[in-house]
Design a protein around this ligand. Structure first.
Ligand code: SIN
Length: 245
């Protein structure tokens, strides 16, 4: 990364920021020229849900979940439309020892189906009708990921589960997993583990998908909001490296 002063007083041009290889969202690809760029739009007249309107970690249902994401605001409502984040590492640090023992070394099945078909809301309630796709057979199959991730850069441990895509613990049925996962989801998203971003137009937020979940708040009916999001791979787990695929 290089920084070049624009004047002798203030301002700098930052170049050479390499986020890594972009990931395509199979449920919300961008236009043909930029399939990796998800267009997130809610029109003023829409009374639907919003894209990302549930706690999740981007694309955790892929074989190689992307390490980070960039979100940029093009148009924001006069109030509302904030994005919340929670720290999966703070959640791990404060987890009860018995739950740590249960999860460390265990895998969790992630599946895109809830967003795709399995628990998808009726069409009229879905966000971004027409630009999101359902029932992608590849995205809809289960992938196993560690319940506890050791971050490839910092070495810190964090939970790698989220209520949108994590379905069950390896070795347990969906029914048996449900109360444990519900308890964990509630713990991850405690206010003490969370922060809230208030958007202004032309802001950019970059986050680490191996250490966080996020949630788009749908509290601005009557106003338009337009964002662009790209998820990217950089320092993945060795097993998630593109070469290993
Ligand atoms: C997302 O990436 O899930 C969307 C977040 C937002 O629009 O605030």
């Amino acid at each position: 990364m290089q920084t070049h002063p624009i004047t002798g007083l203030f301002g700098a041009e930052i170049t050479g920021v390499d986020f890594g290889r972009p990931a395509v969202n199979p449920y919300a690809p961008g236009p043909e020229a930029h399939p990796e760029m998800t267009y997130i739009v809610k029109e003023a007249h829409e009374r639907t849900g919003v894209f990302g309107g549930g706690w999740h970690t981007d694309l955790s249902f892929l074989d190689q979940p992307p390490g980070g994401s960039v979100l940029c605001s093009l148009e924001v409502p006069p109030y509302g439309g904030d994005t919340m984040f929670c720290s999966q590492q703070a959640a791990w640090d404060s987890l009860a020892p018995a739950l740590k023992d249960l999860l460390d070394g265990r895998r969790v099945a992630h599946v895109g189906k809830p967003y795709g078909i399995k628990w998808a809301p009726p069409l009229e309630e879905q966000a971004m009708k027409g630009s999101t796709k359902r029932g992608d057979p590849d995205a809809d199959r289960e992938r196993m990921h560690p319940a506890v991730l050791t971050h490839p850069v910092t070495g810190r441990k964090g939970l790698y589960i989220n209520p949108t895509y994590a379905l069950r613990l390896d070795g347990l049925s969906e029914e048996m997993s449900r109360p444990i996962l519900q308890e964990l989801f509630g713990h991850c998203t405690l206010p003490e583990h969370s922060l809230r971003i208030r958007w202004e137009k032309d802001m950019i937020v970059v986050w680490d998908n191996y250490a966080t979940q996020h949630y788009a708040i749908n509290d601005y009916h009557g106003h338009r909001r337009e964002m662009r999001r790209i998820a990217f791979w950089n320092e993945g787990l060795p097993a998630w490296a593109p070469e290993a695929a």
